[in-house]
Structures are given as structure tokens and as C-alpha cells.
Design a protein around this ligand. Structure first.
Ligand code: GP9
Ligand code: MN
Length: 418
């Protein structure tokens, strides 16, 4: 109701919307936007090797030429790919269970495509799957996506498909004609598919060997990741040849983890660890984020970041004032950032800490700082520093506020006009 919204607006205005502007504000003004979702890619494959061979040669090269965020976390839940779409377009958290794409596709939102639409942008999503998958067709209409190139827009047959459908190289290739016909400037998203569990690949497409462990899933993962790396390289070449590249800002990000905890033993073996601790689990939720602006030098950024920051970051780089928007993220280029990244289960990351499963860890070393369970078992006096209590409360509050917005469709009552 109105009171809930008032509290939320107050909180958001105090915590996220007051972005100081620096030289990055508007640095990509008027450019076309190309967002590439790297299905199931986790950061551990970037600048890493398998039996001495680079796994992602093209993406490694791209690290050098982009703003690369090495401590960027996915924040998705059960809605998987659709959750990552929901988070990056709205800067809201996904729901604790179910997928907002299914359950709240008729809500009022003020998503990136709507905001950019008001600035003269045309928006499009490219994804070679059935339009109703994740209820995308309905949600896209709600958030103002002008064109959805779903499976109907592609020529799909036995030869050019594997696993979940059209191979990514074919997907990018066939997408070019549509991209070239979009009125500029445009905001586009490309959702890849081949690097999806169970990571099937035709032999002729495999250019790196498999891993050898008890997990067939992890063993194959490296091959489909490499295939995706090559698909993206091919797409970049096509963007360059067609002249699109120069006028674009290209954002690449992982949507969510690809290797679940079920494969922890094999994962530990690959990472040369005895086991995957709760700390390691959180660190494995890092997915790559590249912000590539042709002509700018690359920089690897170690600050913590989350998918919730994508919307304000993009608007910031495009020079669009979003001070009356309601979002839970902050621009990754603004000097005054929010101090934590919250995951949907209440785990969170700060510059210094990782909190998960009732344990506070030192983020950089992985050392346990405080274990709430052990302290309680001991019957010892448990003293939790005030700042930790405050952080936990703020994370919970923020997740609750985001849920209230979605469950109550509260944006109906908010005036986004400046
Ligand atoms: C389906 C694709 C994969 O269209 O986006 O979805 P996921 O299983 O990763 O959520
Ligand atoms: Mn996915």
C-alpha cells in the first residue's frame, strides 16, 4: 500500500539513487547497446587453463580491452536465466521462490527498455527458443521490448542444432540481418544457449579436450564454454565487419552458475582444493562481466559488484539521469557505491566480508571470522559487532522491500516523472 511504498522510496533515495557524476557519466551517450548473456559461464574459467590450455582465449583477450569486473556476482534464484534478465532490466531482486517472469508479468515496471524507449531507443531481444519459455513473450511486452526474435525468426534444423537447440554460432550468424535492420540507436540483448546443462556438443565443434573427473557435467563444461568463447569472437568479427562495432557499447555477462554443488568433489579437484566450503561456494557464484566500449583502454576492476548494478551502470554510461528511478543497485562507475552485494538467500558480500550459512569470512583470505553456530553451541557469550548486525538487517530489509514492490505491484502508485 501507500505506506509501504513511502518507506521504500525513502530507503532507496537514501541508499542508492544519489549518484555522484564523474567523467564516466555519459561516456557512451547515444551509442547502440548490445548485451550478450553468456549462458552458465562462471568466472573461474576466465584466464584459466585446462591441462595447460587456455579455456577462453577470446574472452581473455577481451579482458584486456574492456572494463572487466572480476568480483561480479550473479543474484539469481529459481528463475535462472529469466531471473538474470529481471535483475538487470529492473535493478530489483528476483523472488525468493518461483520466477517473477511467470508470476508477475503484468506488473507495472520501469525497466531499461522502457526508459531507453523514452530516449528514442528501439529495443530487441534475440533468443532462439520458444517465445513462451520463461513467459518471455508476455514479460517483454510488459517491459517495453519492441522486437523479440524468438525461434520463429531462425532457421533451425538437425544439422545446426545441439542440446537445447540452435548452436550459438548459427544463432549469432542468423541474427545479423535483423540487427542490421534495426533503427538506431538500439538496445539489444542476445541470449546464448549452447553452454547449457548438460553441455552437449558435436564432436566437430569441440576445440578443447574434456576434463577427467567423476563429473561428466564438469568434464564437458569446458568444451561448451570454449565453443561459446568462439561464438562470441565470431560475433565481434561480424560487428566489426558491418560497422556496428564502433558505435556500440557491448556488455557481456554470465547469467548464473553452470556447475551446481552436486559436482563439488570434481570442482574441488579442478580448483586444487580439498573441498568446496561455503565460502568457496559463494566465490563460485561469480560470473564474468565485461563492459566493452570501443576506443577505451581496458581495466580490471576488483570492486565487488552484482547483477543488480547493471541497470544503473548502463544508464550512467549513457548519460541518462535516473535520480527518480527506484533501483537497488548503484552505477559501477559512480564514486559513491553501495557497500554490499546481497544474494537472494541472504548471503552477502562486502569489501571485507562474505557472510553465508551463519559464518562471516574474510573475503580475501577465506578465513572464518565468526561462526554464529559454533558460538551458540559453545554456550559462550556471543558478541556480534554492531556493524555486522546492521549489515544483516539492511540486507534483509532490502530483499523484503524488493519483494513488497513485486508482490504488491507497488510501482503502480509511483510517479517516475522527474
Ligand atoms: C531457455 C534458456 C535457458 O530459453 O534461457 O534457461 P535456463 O535453464 O538457464 O534458465
Ligand atoms: Mn541460463
Amino acid at each position: 500500500d501507500g505506506n509501504q511504498l513511502y518507506d521504500i522510496v525513502t530507503y532507496v533515495k537514501e541508499n542508492t539513487t544519489d549518484q555522484e557524476k564523474n567523467e564516466y557519466f555519459g561516456i557512451a551517450e547515444g551509442k547502440n547497446v548490445i548485451v550478450i548473456s553468456l549462458e552458465s559461464v562462471q568466472s573461474f574459467v576466465i584466464n584459466n587453463t585446462l591441462y595447460g590450455e587456455e579455456i577462453t582465449p577470446f574472452l581473455n583477450q577481451l579482458v584486456e580491452e574492456s572494463f572487466y569486473f572480476e568480483n561480479f556476482y550473479h543474484q539469481t534464484e529459481q528463475g535462472k536465466t529469466s531471473d538474470h534478465e529481471f535483475i538487470i532490466e529492473n535493478s530489483l531482486y528476483p523472488l525468493p521462490s518461483g520466477a517473477a517472469y511467470f508470476t508477475h508479468s503484468s506488473n507495472t515496471y520501469m525497466a531499461t527498455p522502457e526508459i531507453l524507449g523514452n530516449e528514442g531507443y528501439t529495443s530487441a531481444v534475440f533468443h532462439a527458443n520458444t517465445g513462451s519459455f520463461w513467459n518471455r513473450n508476455n514479460m517483454y511486452a510488459t517491459i517495453g521490448i519492441d522486437h523479440f526474435y524468438d525461434i520463429e525468426a531462425y532457421e533451425v534444423n538437425d544439422l545446426n542444432s545441439v542440446g537445447w537447440g540452435l548452436k550459438d554460432k548459427e544463432f549469432f550468424e542468423q541474427s545479423m540481418k535483423y540487427l542490421l535492420n534495426l533503427p538506431e540507436p538500439y538496445y539489444t540483448r542476445f541470449i546464448t544457449l549452447t553452454n547449457h546443462h548438460p553441455f552437449e556438443l558435436d564432436e566437430e565443434d569441440a576445440t578443447i579436450g574434456q576434463y577427467h573427473s567423476n563429473s561428466r557435467t564438469l568434464n564437458r563444461y569446458f568444451q561448451t564454454v570454449r565453443y561459446l568463447d568462439e561464438s562470441v569472437e565470431q560475433f565481434f568479427n561480424q560487428l566489426k565487419e558491418s560497422g556496428i562495432y564502433e558505435d556500440s557499447i557491448i556488455i557481456l555477462l554470465g547469467d548464473h552458475y553452470g556447475i551446481s554443488d552436486f559436482h563439488n568433489r570434481s570442482m574441488a579437484m579442478y580448483l586444487d582444493k580439498d573441498e568446496i566450503t561455503p565460502y568457496d561456494h559463494i566465490q563460485l557464484q561469480r560470473v564474468p562481466l565485461f563492459i566493452h566500449i570501443p576506443g577505451l583502454e581496458g581495466e580490471t576492476i576488483s570492486d565487488i559488484a552484482g547483477q543488480i548494478d547493471i541497470k544503473p551502470t548502463l544508464l550512467y554510461l549513457l548519460g541518462i539521469d535516473d535520480s527518480n528511478d527506484l533501483s537497488f543497485g548503484t552505477s559501477l562507475f559512480a564514486p559513491n557505491r553501495k557497500e554490499f552485494v546481497a544474494l537472494r538467500d541472504g548471503s552477502f558480500i562486502t569489501d571485507e566480508l562474505i557472510f553465508t550459512k551463519d559464518i562471516y569470512y574474510n573475503r580475501l583470505t577465506g578465513e572464518e571470522i565468526l561462526n554464529l553456530n559454533e558460538a551458540l553451541d559453545d554456550e559462550s557469550e556471543l558478541i556480534i559487532p554492531d556493524e555486522l548486525v546492521k549489515l544483516n538487517e539492511q540486507v534483509e530489509l532490502e530483499l523484503t522491500y524488493s519483494d513488497q514492490i513485486i508482490y504488491g505491484d507497488l510501482f503502480r502508485f509511483y510517479n517516475f516523472e522527474k
